[in-house]
Write a protein that binds this ligand. Structure first.
Ligand code: RP5
Length: 189
């Protein structure tokens, strides 16, 4: 097991303030979502960023209800020092694509499942982007992978983060080996 990657600051989120995984550090990742109802899904991304000690900011930015905020957020993201944006939305999920259309930063979309349609509506709304404006779309509800992809993007220019990612991969492999051992031991009895 890795001792390195698991150490993290506890992040408490609220729709009213910017959560930071590294207090005082300038955010490198923007985690935005269309509604506070998305937060239960998006919390997984915030937690992963905290685990890797990547400073992030968390905002509610609605493509439909606060379009002016979305425009301002997207157009100022580069100058504010962000490197990656993770955008989660559900239903007619236009936030990731519209954000990607107004920034050159990589945007990772998280389809948030709502009560109807099991998130297929969110998935298709986010993934079916026109040529020229890419959004890297993760599986429905998989905000954890969105944050891991953001960490991988940052690790291109951060060797220490790459080491942490390697350690993280080792923990995954260790867990699978352990389960394999348990299954084989159970069959042997
Ligand atoms: C989308 O509408 C949001 O991303 C959210 O997933 C969905 C429902 O929003 P609420 O009605 O719960 O605020 O824009």
């Amino acid at each position: 097991m890795s001792a390195g990657y698991a150490a993290s600051a506890k992040v408490t989120t609220s729709v009213n303030f910017v959560a930071e995984s590294a207090p005082g550090a300038a955010p490198l990742v923007g985690v935005i979502m269309g509604s506070d109802s998305d937060l239960t899904v998006m919390q997984d991304a915030i937690d992963v960023l905290a685990e890797f000690r990547v400073p992030c900011e968390v905002r509610i930015v609605s493509a439909h209800r606060t379009p002016d905020v979305m425009v301002e957020y997207s157009r100022t993201a580069v100058d504010r020092g962000l490197r990656v944006i993770i955008a989660g939305a559900g239903g007619a999920a236009h936030l990731p694509g519209m954000t990607a259309s107004m920034t050159s930063l990589p945007v990772i979309g998280v389809p948030v499942p709502l009560a109807q349609l099991d998130g297929l509506d969110s998935l298709l709304s986010i993934v079916q982007m026109p040529a020229g404006i890419p959004v890297a779309t993760v599986a429905v509800g998989n905000a954890r992978n969105a944050a891991l992809l953001a960490v991988r993007i940052l690790a291109i220019a951060d060797p220490e983060l790459r080491v942490e990612l390697d350690r993280f991969a080792d923990t995954l492999a260790d867990a699978v080996r352990e389960k394999d051992t348990q299954v084989r031991d159970a069959q042997a009895v």
